[in-house]
Design a protein. Structure first.
Lengths: 106, 106
């Protein structure tokens, strides 16, 4: 469940959000977007947790991969519903991972 | 609860972890570390969520601020207990936030 990413450098997209109470299609489309992201070139992994605040970090090989995923039609439509229906507030941060360390076992 | 960070560039430390079942002092020291981090020069904010996986992202002005916090004695002792007692597995990623966007309301 901790993403097994390659040696840096690579990129992280940090998506932080607060939800509305609207559950309509939220879990279904969320799961679909994860499946779709996994198929994108340059996708390296994803980590996600939610209490009140949700923090989802996806990892990508480079900015080009992030841009392609951002332009994916299904992803665009999902983000539009997200902004209108599911998220009260959100922030996206695009960051270049320069260094990492930790335990090897998952 | 979504961190109000300044305009990029700034840094993110992404801490991803899986817990053991050892609860001894975990919440107390965790809360203490957040309070202590907030007092460090260059600290910009923190976002955290946990289900099975925990994802905590702290934001910092620069690498020097991250290094100072890493060398803080109380933080060192807490990390040592974390490795021995609280975390089955973890990963730390240090990343430079190059771009961010989102809603303004929290």
């Amino acid at each position: 469940m901790i993403a097994k990413t390659p040696k840096p450098p690579y990129y992280a997209v940090i998506f932080s959000s607060l939800r509305t109470e609207n559950e309509s299609d939220y879990h279904e489309i969320g799961a679909l977007m994860v499946e779709l992201a996994k198929k994108q070139q340059g996708f390296l992994g994803i980590e996600s947790a939610r209490n009140d605040l949700g923090v989802t970090v996806s990892y990508w090989s480079d900015l080009e991969a992030i841009k392609s995923w951002k332009n994916n039609t299904e992803h665009r439509l999902a983000r539009e519903r997200g902004r209108k229906e599911w998220y009260r507030s959100f922030k996206v941060r695009i960051a270049k991972v320069e260094r990492d360390y930790g335990t090897e076992i998952n």
